[in-house]
Design a protein around this ligand. Structure first.
Ligand code: AMP
Length: 316
């Protein structure tokens, strides 16, 4: 039982209305791994340069995340992403992307990483996602994320990757872009017709929704009064979702398990945005997660104290 994630391990330079940070530890695989590590054993498959030092490695060690499959390329630089968020913080504006070591990354997974029960293909080149998918034949639950860049530049490969996974986790704009369908319910149906049985649609500050064969589930975002930096929210959502599913030891998670997983996704995402980069995840505790999960339970219940007496247009 373990989760393997392949994706970017990065230095991020971030600018939000709350300030700036230079070269903080980030990357989709980092946010995912830290979030999932609260539920399951996690293996990170990625690549870094020799600018990646002891401080960065210590962050994974503190959460017992296995980085044996994190390749280190001597004399090279790690992936570096710079992004800025405007006042409403709903969209990340990429200022600069330096792929560096990622340009030639083509991992051969260790037997341990290959044997994971859950696989998450975080946002990277779709051909690479597919090659990693092919190496993890035993994974019982496989998820994929992507972004506008790949939808535009590698659409066919991305659609092939989607045919090999169980869960697609994209944000609403990406779902519409990929399917060419402006209506979200129809777009999610098209997405599921590509192969995945679950379409998990992230909606930023509005939460997320999930489309399955059994129906539709809407997950709120936690009503935070201050969002410091949204970077990593999507990946932490996926980390909570897949980490929880992996902990259930059920090869075919039922609808109620998928729903609880989605709530854990929203819980983890709600924490990461409280501080820059992965700083909040680094000091998160199990009690905080359990407490916020209970708050979600309260937020998502409603009762009808008295049945409404619906009136027809002819009632007096
Ligand atoms: P998100 O969860 O969508 O906010 O993802 C944020 C993370 O994605 C950041 O930590 C970045 O390092 C990483 N990232 C940004 N652009 C790319 C890209 N083109 N490929 C892979 N990872 C990226």
């Amino acid at each position: 039982m373990a989760v393997t994630v392949v994706g970017s391990v990065a230095f991020d330079s971030l600018e939000t209305p709350f300030g700036k940070r230079e070269r903080v530890l980030g990357g989709a695989a980092t946010h995912f791994a830290l979030a999932a590590s609260f539920f399951a054993d996690v293996n990170v498959v990625g690549v870094v340069g020799d600018d990646f030092g002891e401080d960065e490695l210590a962050v994974y060690a503190a959460r017992s995340v296995n980085i044996d499959d994190l390749e280190r390329v001597p004399g090279a630089k790690s992936f570096h992403w710079s992004g800025r968020y405007a006042e409403d913080m709903t969209v990340a504006h990429t200022l600069n992307t330096q792929l560096n070591v990622f340009a030639d990354f083509d991992p051969e997974l260790s037997p341990h990483a290959r044997s994971a029960s859950t696989l998450f293909l975080a946002n990277i080149q779709p051909e690479l996602q597919l090659r990693v998918r092919e190496q993890c034949r035993d994974a019982r639950v496989v998820g994929v994320d992507s972004m506008n860049f790949w939808i535009e530049s590698a659409r066919d490969a991305l659609i092939r990757t989607m045919g090999e996974v169980d869960v697609v986790a994209l944000n609403d704009a990406e779902v519409r872009m990929l399917t060419g369908e402006p209506n979200l319910a129809r777009a999610a149906r098209r997405l599921r017709e590509l192969g995945p049985r679950v379409a998990l649609v992230k909606q930023g500050p509005y939460g997320a929704c999930m489309f399955t064969a059994e129906g539709y589930f809407s997950i709120p975002a936690y009503p935070l009064e201050t969002v410091v930096d949204p970077t990593g929210a999507g990946d932490s959502f996926a980390g909570g979702f897949f980490g929880y599913l992996d902990s259930l030891d059920d090869p075919n998670p039922a609808e109620n398990a998928l729903r609880a997983a989605a709530v854990y996704g929203s819980v983890l995402a709600s924490f990461v945005v409280e501080d820059f980069g992965s700083e909040r995840l680094q000091r998160l505790t199990e009690d905080e997660i359990a407490g916020r999960f209970d708050e979600f339970r309260q937020m998502m219940v409603f009762e009808e104290p008295v049945a409404a007496r619906l009136r027809s247009s002819t009632s007096a």
